[in-house]
Design a protein around this ligand. Structure first.
Ligand SMILES: Cc1cc2nc3c(=O)[nH]c(=O)nc-3n(C[C@H](O)[C@H](O)[C@H](O)COP(=O)(O)OP(=O)(O)OC[C@H]3O[C@@H](n4cnc5c(N)ncnc54)[C@H](O)[C@@H]3O)c2cc1C
Length: 542
């Protein structure tokens, strides 16, 4: 129970349906003087995943499918960083460095874990390199760009086999997300193809592969069969009782041995929890955090709650809670209530929501719905789908934008502009003027530097006194020690003349080191030599 004058720190990890709605409810339930609410999320927006497939065809604008967290939860302190570690014993969470290369430690009194799921390609050869996940806005934009690229290439390609590969699209997973992605993809490709004069008459092949004996296992048999018929009528090949097992840049390989030559593979399965939760030592069920019906983490009752796709929970009646948006939103209400009870000393409530129904869009004026036991399919279900999801979208302005997007999509053909904005590598040049600091002693080791032109000095602070250790010039490298050993910088680097460096971020450095062992060996040898010399205090270790 809260003592007068002691403001509690509530820390929410994840700003999706579960995390953002927890913050929203807490802002309503708690007074500012009772608690300080902080929320860590990778982005400064929350993605409305049920409508994400519509970004593929452009029937919803790129930024209209997300809600700015700062507007929805104005009182919460948003920290837009990657979460690195959760220390349940010390009650501290560590987040990645930002512009200032220092990790940030966030202490908490109450913790909410709502990190959702992540796509895992573990044990599936070639998938990481060749299959596209579909979970967030970047995935949707990347897929849309890729589809347009495939059409552009097919239009200039003279080799018939390659053209056919470019016009073949494979989606793995016949659940809601896989079916919705395939429906949108198929509609989009077929409708914009007429703008490409050379492939206008060519056949597009869309393949949906699913492990069960029918798609949409979440729905009743008749609705699933209705969806199958609709997709088949639109030309989608549905492969059942099989699954995607591997991928190359030329083909999708199914478990049965069937191979589909293609340049586009989208996977909506399988899902796992974020890496930071995989290494968390606590009660779990198939990797997901195990919580009781009050949504409290086992062993941390009254302090830590987990909800949404990253948790495994049962309702008050003992039924498993499925990983859906409608459940995540209701769980958020329960968690906010229980945190308030923990702070004020009230009665906790159990999670009792059993679901109102299920809705799945098939695009093109068709959907399937099962609401309060009533089954609907076709145009009526499509209007219901749009009406219900639009009404649930957080924020009035976003609702209006989506409504307008839909009207525009009805009146005009889909847009086929490709946005070339994603960079695969972040290796870049930087310039420093004399006296400017490249990095400080104690900073997180996030990059390695190669001096292209100019000079800098290495300074180490010892017993409160700065000591000049060395001068570096053209062709020298620095920063490798902290990156290789994953420790903080132990010296400061300052430009002594105008300095041009090539900056290799840690991830790119690791990729190069693993792919070209000789590259890694150069830096390992240098680090060894420098650490030996540093012991005799003649060379830097930065
Ligand atoms: C394509 C698609 C379609 C779907 N359609 C439907 C539907 O029609 N109906 C339905 O009910 N459900 C649907 N779902 C499922 C539904 O979206 C999820 O059940 C719901 O989003 C779960 O909410 P969540 O808050 O647990 O996770 P999420 O909404 O995924 O949010 C997790 C948040 O955690 C953040 N995060 C993750 N890792 C880190 C980290 N290391 N550091 C900082 N932040 C991090 C992410 O940025 C994200 O904002 C769909 C899902 C997908 C992918």
């Amino acid at each position: 129970m809260n003592m007068p004058g002691s403001k509690k720190k509530v820390l929410i990890l994840g700003g999706g349906f579960a995390g953002m709605y927890t913050a929203k409810h807490l802002e309503r339930l708690l007074q500012p003087e009772e608690a300080e609410i902080s929320l860590v999320n990778l982005e400064n927006y929350s993605v409305y995943q049920p409508m994400l497939p519509e970004v593929i065809s452009g029937s919803i604008g790129l930024t209209d499918v997300v809600s700015p967290i700062r507007r929805i939860c104005p009182r919460s302190h948003l920290i837009m960083r990657d979460l690195e570690e959760i220390d349940l014993a010390r009650k501290v969470v560590t987040v990645s460095p930002g512009f200032r290369p220092r990790r940030l430690e966030l202490p908490y009194d109450y913790l909410v874990v709502a990190l959702g799921g992540t796509t895992s390609f573990y044990g599936m050869p070639g998938m990481l390199e060749n299959a596209k996940p579909f979970r967030n806005l970047a995935d949707a934009v990347a897929l849309r760009n890729h589809l347009i690229h495939a059409l552009e290439e097919a239009d200039v390609e003279t080799d018939a086999a390659l053209r056919s590969k470019l016009l073949t699209f494979v989606v793995a997973g016949g659940g809601f997300s896989g079916v919705e992605v395939m429906a949108e993809l198929n509609d989009f490709v077929n409708s914009v193809k007429k703008n490409y004069s050379r492939i206008r008459k060519e056949k597009v092949r869309c393949v949906l592969v699913h492990s069960g004996d029918r798609i949409l296992p979440e729905m009743t048999q008749d609705l699933a069969l209705f969806a199958q018929r609709i997709l088949a009528r639109r030309g989608v090949e549905i492969v059942l009782k099989d699954r995607l097992a591997a991928a190359t840049s030329e083909k999708a390989i199914f478990k049965s041995g069937v191979e589909v030559p293609t340049k586009t593979i989208v996977s909506t399965v399988p899902s796992t929890v974020a890496p930071v939760l995989q290494k968390l030592d606590c009660a779990k069920d198939k990797g997901r955090l195990l919580v009781n019906s009050f949504l409290e983490l086992q062993g941390y009752e009254g302090t830590v709650w987990a909800l949404g796709d990253c948790s495994s929970a049962k309702t008050k009646a003992g039924n498993p809670v499925p990983p859906t948006a409608q459940h995540a939103i209701r769980e958020a209400k329960t968690v906010a209530h229980n945190i308030t009870a923990a702070i004020r000393g009230g009665t906790r409530s159990e999670f009792a929501f059993e679901g109102l129904g299920k809705l799945g869009s098939l695009g093109h004026f068709s959907a399937v719905a099962e609401i309060l036991g009533i089954r609907i399919s076709g145009v009526l279900a499509w209007f219901l789908w749009r009406g219900i999801y639009l009404s649930k979208f957080p924020g009035f302005s976003q609702k209006v934008r989506i409504g307008l997007d839909w009207v525009i999509a009805l009146l005009f053909p889909p847009d086929l502009v490709q946005l070339k904005m994603l960079r695969e590598s972040d290796i870049r040049r930087q310039h420093f003027e004399p006296g400017e600091v490249v990095f400080n002693q104690g900073d997180f080791g996030d990059s390695v530097y190669v001096i292209e032109k100019g000079a800098c000095e290495v300074i180490r602070e010892q017993d409160g006194q700065p000591r000049h250790l060395a001068d570096l010039g053209g062709g020298d490298y620095f920063g490798e020690m902290a990156v290789l050993a994953d420790v903080s910088r132990n010296a400061t680097i300052r430009a002594t003349t105008p300095l041009d460096v090539l900056l290799i971020p840690k991830d790119d450095f690791s990729t190069l080191k693993n792919a070209v062992p000789a590259f890694g060996d150069v830096f390992k040898e240098l680090a060894k030599a420098r650490s030996g010399m540093a012991k005799s205090e003649s060379r830097p270790e930065a």
